[in-house]
Ligand binder design. Structure first.
Ligand code: PMV
Length: 324
């Protein structure tokens, strides 16, 4: 039942095999498949309420009115829902993250996953997980991976209907932990939407894409076999390849700060010493350090001693997007 209002909760996710570059920028059909883990503990909570008295969609994020670009992006997703059910009413959208704003953790994945679920339910549109993933993808590509539970693979597809994410293992499958080493809280200069459009300007993107199916298969196999050594090797390679493409785009995108590199080198040294830990970095300077739950304390202590690490967020594998 719906009274034209619904609330949904979704986690952000960290990609082990990255999505960077689209075949279709408008529909966000990615140039390669990707694989991620939902981040438990971090969540976006979004309420959508359709109201015939509103003059336009309204968006509040973390208790403040959102900027016009963000409002229009949310409104475009609501338009898809309205079209499917033949509804005309505008909506009031209220969204909040429980993770520190500006911590550099991309919130667009959890935001659009929560929005897709809340908006469709508020409009009494019953979508299955696959359809929800497709709807979330139209807001932010990586948001399609925040709909299913745990460890999730985005099948790139070649059309709107065939590009969606599915769970390949539930959260309990593997006791991985993501320790997010926050080294900067400032907002990134170039967001991922413009970054994806630049990927093709790098002479390295073609090589990155050509080898992507092999890396995806290697990562999936390592994850399913819980083989940390094989997992770490392919996760770091994939992150380095994406950043190599970013750094060689026109204009170049360089997201790292000195402390980013300090964390990467400290973790590489720990791994050489036998500790299961590796790093991966999204479109920002913060470092996601992946380890196994029984080694978390050792990795955390090491991170705490690195100058420039301001905060550490601890995230085990998270569940699916859900109604509140
Ligand atoms: O979903 P977007 O457009 O914010 O792109 C996400 C891009 C990366 O975070 C850098 C990689 C990924 O696969 O999540």
């Amino acid at each position: 039942m719906s009274d034209l209002r619904a609330t949904a909760i979704a986690h952000p996710n960290i990609a082990f095999i990255k999505y960077w570059g689209n075949r279709d920028d408008d529909l966000r059909i990615p140039a390669n498949g990707s694989l991620s883990m939902n981040l438990a503990g971090l969540e976006t909570r979004t309420t959508v309420e359709f109201d015939a008295d509103l003059k336009r969609d309204e968006l509040t994020v973390n208790a403040a009115p959102a900027n016009e670009a963000a409002r229009l992006r949310a409104s475009a997703l609501l338009d898809r829902v309205r079209r499917q059910v033949g509804m005309a009413a505008w909506a009031r959208i209220t969204s909040a993250n429980n993770f520190p704003t500006g911590s550099g953790i991309a919130s667009s994945a959890s935001a659009f996953a929560a929005l897709a679920l809340a908006a469709s339910r508020a409009a009494s549109l019953e979508l299955g997980e696959l359809q929800l993933s497709i709807l979330a993808r139209t807001g932010s590509g990586s948001a399609c991976r925040s709909i299913p539970a745990g460890f999730v693979e985005w099948r790139p597809g070649d059309s709107h209907e065939t590009s969606f994410a599915e769970s390949i293992a539930l959260p309990a499958h593997w006791d991985l932990v993501d320790l997010v080493a926050v080294v900067s809280r400032t907002h990134k200069h170039t967001g991922s939407a413009s970054g994806h459009r630049l990927a093709g300007t790098s002479p390295l993107q073609a090589a990155r894409l050509e080898d992507a199916p092999r890396r995806l298969a290697a990562c999936r196999a390592a994850l399913l076999a819980r083989d940390f050594e094989a997992f770490a090797a392919v996760v770091e390679l994939d992150s380095h390849l994406m950043h190599a493409v970013m750094m060689t785009s026109s204009p170049a995108l360089l997201y790292w700060q000195p402390a980013t590199l300090a964390v990467m080198q400290a973790i590489a040294a720990l791994r050489s010493g036998g500790l299961p830990a590796c790093t991966t970095i999204d479109a920002g300077p913060n470092v996601h350090v992946l380890t196994l739950a029984n080694h978390r304390q050792a990795v955390q202590s090491a991170l705490e001693s690195i100058p420039g690490v301001q905060d550490i967020l601890i995230c085990p594998p998270g569940g699916p997007a859900r109604l509140a």
